[in-house]
Design a protein around this ligand. Structure first.
Ligand SMILES: Cc1cc2nc3c(=O)[nH]c(=O)nc-3n(C[C@H](O)[C@H](O)[C@H](O)COP(=O)(O)OP(=O)(O)OC[C@H]3O[C@@H](n4cnc5c(N)ncnc54)[C@H](O)[C@@H]3O)c2cc1C
Length: 536
């Protein structure tokens, strides 16, 4: 909590070049890009970083093959290039993965048409990934016996990418990188609205933990509050060309349905694409796409049944999936951009693009970020930096590369040290990957500090929370570096424990209280009770 309280004190000192409100993917990349290029940046979020939409995605970095149906080829091209760029720059975090799809007899498109579509998609993405492959029934039965082939015309495989850990951790890594470059960030600090006085924005904010109110001064204000962009603009008197409408999507996390490391793709009963996504020892299934009016959404009985029915209809499972198999649920709204003048009727809904838009008010030095995707995050960071520079904020290092994993030589040195100390011999027998690769992916160069901790005291390599992969020194690092304010921040976002372990098993896991003591000191019991009261 030290990092957070000292940052909250600093928020009130002096005038920042830029204050970013909202620490989802759009706010996090804006902070990482601007602080890396030399601006004096502050970032606040009313919840935890990535605590709203950005923790509810399908975890895909993808070109959006489905947008080809609405002929949005420009968007598909942009997203494919962004996906390629992420794969290149995050070799351990964003991985190419095969998508395995079947076509049922009587489907609305001829199979040849869909097969050709996968080649067009591959070409639009510059042929960067492995090429598509046609799969006759025999090949599907041999390679993926879990897929039902009764009403089957054919199958095919193509590539996209996915976030190996989880979306929320991916976002937090940008926040961490921003803080390493001088950004003053704090979670659980809500903006109550902002006013502009004598060329400076004064944002009134409230620390949601202590209740204390504060004022933050900045030359530029960036509204990156995701589904709340319109509400915040109202509170600060900003008018924009665009606004948001919302589409709800849910995912269910269930026991592993297939050991193969690929994403199964189906057309659900409503004709939309539907995924079975590997999540370590679990499987994540979804998603849905329902128009809603409020950013606050929840999984309904109808949503659950829709997902379970679609899975049971298309997979050969030993016994059908039921509600009792659900380990965790995810639910969020996609903030989609429309013109402020749009009526919001059905026609607008169908035509709506999934692109992001940044509305700029030059005279008040205000930016509003609408829409967007995790896939497109590097472009958002670069565009925001260019706009802020054009507003007169001096960026001392305009060409600084603010994203990407460290240079290959750092990774080689890490792996060399890991081999010399035989790090992988500490890998837990329950783990599905070696300790050396997991630690690198999660912490990159900070993993070198973890090696030093383990060399000094081998107990630091013991799994601390039984039933998870997390070792003692990771929790220590998390306490110092990851601004964990509530237990949920660690269990749901810095790690994905709450997504893959039943809540009763978490409660009973030996080692959880020791983890709380490391994270929260004398407040351990209070934070433990707060978490289990909130997930009851
Ligand atoms: C079901 C689903 C599946 C998706 N799948 C994918 C996918 O596979 N790939 C992909 O690329 N994209 C996907 N997306 C889209 C992507 O997740 C979102 O577009 C993106 O996360 C939006 O990020 P954001 O930063 O705009 O919003 P958010 O993540 O919601 O961030 C906004 C932040 O602002 C904070 N905030 C709000 N009001 C205030 C205030 N007054 N003061 C301070 N803070 C405030 C909130 O707490 C929140 O953390 C999916 C979305 C959904 C819902």
């Amino acid at each position: 909590m030290k990092l957070r309280s000292s940052n909250i004190e600093k928020l009130e000192q002096g005038t920042f070049d830029v204050l970013i409100i909202g620490g989802g993917i759009n706010g996090a990349v804006s902070a990482a890009a601007l602080s890396g290029k030399g601006a004096k940046v502050a970032l606040i979020d009313q919840r935890d970083f990535a605590g709203f939409t950005s923790q509810q995605s399908s975890n895909l970095a993808w070109g959006g093959i489905k947008y080809m149906e609405s002929r949005d080829f420009g968007l598909v091209r942009d997203l494919c290039l962004s996906r390629n760029h992420l794969i290149e720059n995050y070799p351990s975090r964003v991985e190419e993965i095969r998508f395995f799809s079947t076509i049922e007899r009587g489907f609305r498109f001829h199979p040849l048409f869909i097969w050709l579509g996968t080649w067009v998609y591959w070409l639009i993405g510059n042929g960067f990934t492995k090429p598509p492959r046609w799969l006759p029934k025999k090949a599907v039965m041999a390679e993926e016996p879990v897929v039902k082939t009764d009403n089957f015309y054919g199958g095919f495989e193509y590539s996209d990418a996915y976030l190996h850990d989880n979306d929320a951790r991916f976002v937090f890594q940008f926040v961490r990188s921003a803080m390493d470059r001088g950004c003053i960030a704090a979670n659980y600090v809500e903006s109550l609205g902002a006013r502009r006085e004598e060329g400076v924005w004064i944002t009134r904010a409230r620390d949601a933990i202590s209740g204390k109110e504060l004022e933050i001064r900045s030359r530029v204000l960036i509204n990156a509050t995701g589904p709340f962009v319109d509400d915040h603009n109202k509170a600060s008197g900003e008018k924009t060309e665009h606004r948001h409408v919302f589409s709800k999507g849910i995912h269910l996390i269930v026991p592993q349905l297939t050991p193969q490391h690929r994403i199964l793709t189906f057309f659900a009963d409503d004709g939309r694409l539907f995924f079975v996504i590997p999540m370590g020892v679990r499987t994540c299934v979804g998603t849905t796409d329902t128009r809603v009016d409020s950013p606050h959404s929840e999984v309904t009985e109808g949503d659950r049944q829709f997902v379970l029915d679609n899975i049971n209809k298309r997979l050969n499972l030993k016994k059908p999936l039921t509600k009792a198999d659900i380990i965790a649920e995810r639910c969020g709204v996609r903030p989609l951009v429309v013109k402020s003048s749009a009526s919001g009727n059905e026609q607008d809904w169908l035509q709506m693009s999934r692109k992001h838009e940044i509305d700029v008010n030059q005279s008040s030095a205000h930016l509003s970020i609408f829409g967007g995707k995790l896939t497109d995050c590097v472009n958002v960071g670069n565009e925001v930096s260019a706009i802020v520079a054009a507003m007169g904020v001096a960026l001392q290092y305009p060409y600084y590369k603010w994203y990407g994993e460290p240079h290959r030589s750092v990774r080689e040195e890490y792996l060399h040290q890991a081999r010399l100390m035989d790090l992988d011999s500490y890998t837990s027998p329950e783990s599905i990957e070696t300790l050396s690769s997991r630690l690198w992916r999660r912490y990159d160069q900070q993993a070198l500090e973890l090696l030093a901790d383990i060399r000094e005291d081998p107990r630091q390599a013991e799994v601390l929370i039984k039933g998870t992969d997390y070792i003692r020194c990771e929790i220590r690092l998390a306490k110092q570096q990851e601004m964990i304010t509530k237990l949920e921040d660690f269990l749901r976002r810095r790690s994905k424990i709450a997504l893959v372990v039943h809540k009763e098993n978490i409660r009973n896991a030996s080692g959880l209280m020791e983890a709380c003591e490391i994270l929260f000191g004398v407040q351990a019991q209070e934070k433990y009770d707060e978490y289990f009261a909130s997930v009851a």
